[in-house]
Design a protein around this ligand. Structure first.
Ligand SMILES: C[S@@+](CC[C@H](N)C(=O)[O-])C[C@H]1O[C@@H](n2cnc3c(N)ncnc32)[C@H](O)[C@@H]1O
Length: 246
């Protein structure tokens, strides 16, 4: 196992410093939300399991951008032919848990503590699969363009990019998304305290920049990806999974 800490770790994305602070301090709150399945992690895990069982080639390498504690991929990759895993995140707190969650995998492992745009920029045509889960929405529009460009360069010639994230309705902007999101949270996220909800609203309002499926599709195609597919949308249509191939 290799561990790398980038000294300029929050260089790269506009929101990195704030996002790092939030996830270093609020990881337990995020895990509570995940455990209650408020962000559809259960359904996402099922879909990823299916995907990893049919991925070509059957022995494959994975780069995870914004891996957090890697618990989702740690589970989704069980019983697959994963030969190498690299997790990138700016939260040291989450990465330390990621190392433990990936312990059962015997593949080559690397954990890089740095901004994800910096992280993906280190690689050239090295990975079969790149996954970014609930991390891309923290990037500004222009940064999302760099993200697709760098992912394309880091993937092999028959590679797959998988994104699961918040998604706007067609024509919905970030403010309207926030109103819709907060309305659903207030009505349905009943197992959180008011204080926990308000910390989440604060984070989403100040740091989340969700986009439409169409925006991601166009951006990906503009950077050389093809075969874009929507693989899943939750029943509230807040979250979705997209895949792209090289
Ligand atoms: C909502 S959590 C998702 C974690 C995990 N992928 C999951 O699905 O449970 C977002 C993660 O992305 C990381 N992140 C956000 N922006 C980042 C950036 N610019 N560079 C590196 N990591 C970033 C955060 O530190 C956090 O661990």
């Amino acid at each position: 196992m290799e561990k790398i800490v980038d000294q300029n770790q929050t260089n790269g994305c506009t929101n990195s410093t704030n996002v790092k602070k939030f996830f270093d301090q609020e990881w337990d709150l995020y895990k509570k939300v995940v455990k209650l399945n408020y962000m559809a992690h259960k359904e996402i895990l099922e879909m990823l399991r299916k995907l990893f069982r049919s991925v070509q080639p059957p022995v494959f390498s994975v780069l995870e951008l914004g891996c957090g504690d890697a618990s989702l991929l740690g589970s989704a990759l069980q019983g697959t032919g994963v030969s190498a895993y690299c997790g990138v995140d700016i939260s040291r707190y989450a990465l330390e848990i990621a190392e433990k969650n990936m312990q059962l995998h015997q593949c080559d492992k690397r954990f890089i503590e740095c901004d994800l745009l910096e992280g993906v920029g280190r690689f050239g045509a090295e990975f079969d699969v790149i996954v970014a889960g609930f991390s891309l929405h923290h990037l500004m529009k222009e940064e999302k363009g760099h993200f697709f460009e760098k992912c394309r360069a880091a993937l092999k010639s028959r590679g797959t990019l998988i994104i699961f994230d918040e998604v706007c309705y067609p024509g919905e902007n970030r403010n309207r998304f926030f109103d819709r999101f907060s309305g659903i949270c207030l009505q349905e996220w009943n197992k959180l305290t008011n204080d926990e909800k308000s910390r989440i609203f604060d984070h989403v309002k100040n740091n989340d920049y969700p986009e439409t499926f169409e925006f991601y599709k166009q951006l990906a195609e503009g950077h050389g990806f093809k075969g874009s597919q929507i693989l899943f949308q939750d029943k509230r249509k807040l979250y979705g999974i997209l895949s792209f191939s090289t």
